[in-house]
Design a protein around this ligand. Structure first.
Ligand code: AMP
Ligand code: MG
Length: 497
């Protein structure tokens, strides 16, 4: 546990100031309610970096009140807890009402870095719980906690995580597990599905109210535009395209890209059965409930586009169809440009050539055939020796097909010849964009096992420290950069969380 001295100006729990502007929207947007008490809660994890964002003194986490507050047992003055209502397309099927079935928005805390929604995930039943129990299990909260902070450190827009509070209360999933509450932070938790709820009910005034809310709070610069709602759509399209380009470049698979899991701010949100690509497979499906592979790795860019159509359709009460279609056409170009730029950087290419996109695709084909580890490949690529006699053994050893590797080497070497800088300079640049450490499933699993079996949270802390600096060499942590040990059964992760 990090109990470093509070930042200058940081305040106590009681001194935090809260508002809930979502709670000032019409009644149809949410249900006001209190979290369900969690029996005998204990602190599992606390993230000082997130506390800094809201100006909460770090040592406040040591107080029993912290644990009580961030599992929902105690409310601070100014909290205005509510469960938001939303709809969404799940696996392509429209579900007219979903809503926060186990998440409760406490309000916005204002800190040095703006206002942040604080949301308890796993805080008990709500009117939107349907068949669910309103709880989250320790395993899934640890997975979300680690992944969201790992993504942030990789420079990928994401929700953040403040804390995990656990309890011995049993929760039934495929097996009996224990309950936990994750405190999630975001500038907004509004989803594409929030708009779909009202448009599908033909409540056009509510669509407008929600769009105004989002613009006023998160895109104020659009207010002056001639068509603010169209500009909002354009902005979300750009952000989503860029987000997915970042996912593809780092090898992140979300797993459940339903429109209720798509953020209006272009954040990665709702970490469930996600995974970081290990042995490269175009069609990798990280969610074992996704039989058809709708959300497979290579489908993500297209699915995001499809989801943006759903958002555009929900905004049709506010914008012209032709304008929406025109805006949607910009997606592919934006995605391609961003993805190619990110991949050029991963390959260490400072100049641009038309054939670069083909080089990227053909390299990925080589990786796919060999099921070479995606992260390890790119990290080792940084040390590529362009001398003709170099064998580049660390890289070569990832491939059984030596002829294919030799042919690829010749091509890459030729491409590098068109570059100006020296090898050492290129390596420095590449190490800054090709992470050494990602949250491999087996690493998360080890932290979960220790936490669940022994109430030992040290591995969560270790991973948090490691993944806060994914691009740095951390020699003592070398084994964390390696592929899962032979014989480790590949984990398949389900939606049940
Ligand atoms: P997710 O797959 O986590 O994005 O959840 C999809 C929908 O199911 C959302 O409306 C969630 O609030 C709801 N949900 C998921 N798990 C539970 C649960 N254990 N209890 C109640 N609702 C849940
Ligand atoms: Mg969700």
């Amino acid at each position: 546990m990090n109990t470093a001295k509070a930042e200058l100006g940081a305040v106590s729990l009681e001194e935090l100031r809260f508002e809930n502007r979502y709670g000032k929207l019409p009644q149809a947007f949410y249900t006001r309610l209190s979290p369900t008490p969690l029996p005998e809660p204990y602190l599992v994890a606390f993230n000082p970096a997130a506390a800094d964002l809201i100006g909460l003194a770090r040592d406040e986490a040591a107080r029993p009140e912290f644990t009580e507050i961030f599992c929902g047992n105690r409310l601070l003055p100014g909290f205005d807890p509510l469960a938001a209502n939303y709809a969404g397309h799940q696996f392509g099927m429209f579900v007219p009402q979903l809503g926060d079935g186990r998440a409760i928005l406490l309000g916005e805390a204002a800190g040095a870095q703006g206002r942040w929604d604080l949301q308890l995930k796993g805080a008990g039943l709500t009117p939107y719980s349907r068949m669910g129990d309103g709880r989250a299990v320790l395993r899934s909260t640890i997975r979300e906690y680690l992944a969201s902070e790992a993504m942030h450190a990789l420079g990928i827009p994401t929700t953040r995580a403040l804390a995990i509070v656990g309890s011995d209360q049993p929760v039934i999933r495929e097996t009996v597990e224990s309950a936990a509450v994750l405190t999630r932070m975001a500038k907004s938790h509004v989803r594409f599905g929030s708009f779909e709820l009202f448009s599908s009910r033909r409540q056009h005034e509510h669509v407008r109210t929600l769009a105004d809310h989002v613009i006023d709070q998160h895109y104020p610069q659009l207010r002056e535009a001639e068509q603010p709602y169209l500009e909002l759509l354009r902005e979300v399209i750009v952000r989503t395209a860029r987000l997915v380009a970042q996912w593809q470049a780092v090898g992140f698979c979300h797993g459940v890209m339903n429109t209720d899991n798509m953020s209006i701010l272009g954040l990665t949100i709702d970490y469930g059965p996600y995974g970081f690509m290990e042995g490269f497979d175009w069609g990798h499906i990280c969610n074992h409930s996704d039989d058809g592979g709708r959300y497979a790795y290579n489908m993500q860019p297209r699915v995001a586009h499809w989801n943006l159509y759903c958002l555009a359709e929900a905004l049709l009460p506010l914008i012209e169809m032709e304008d929406a279609e025109d805006a949607l056409r910009a997606y592919e170009g934006e995605y391609e440009r961003r993805y190619t730029a990110l991949m050029r950087a991963k390959f260490g290419l400072a100049s641009e050539q038309d054939e670069d996109a083909a080089l990227v695709q053909d390299t990925l084909k080589l990786l796919h055939q060999a099921r070479a580890d995606y992260t390890i490949f790119f990290r080792r690529l940084g040390a590529f020796d362009a001398a003709p006699e170099a064998d580049n053994a660390p890289l070569r050893d990832l491939f059984q097909n030596r002829d294919a590797f030799a042919a690829w080497t010749a091509r890459y070497r030729l491409r590098l010849a068109a570059e100006a800088g020296r090898d050492a300079e290129r390596k420095l640049r590449m190490d800054g964009v090709n992470p050494k450490y990602v949250l491999r499933n087996h690493l998360a699993e080890a932290a979960i096992r220790k936490a669940a079996d022994q109430r030992d949270y040290s591995e969560i802390e270790r991973l948090m420290r490691l993944l806060a600096h994914p691009y740095d060499e951390q020699p003592a942590m070398q084994s964390y950069a390696e592929a899962a040990p032979q014989g480790t059964a590949p984990l398949s992760v389900s939606c049940s969380s």
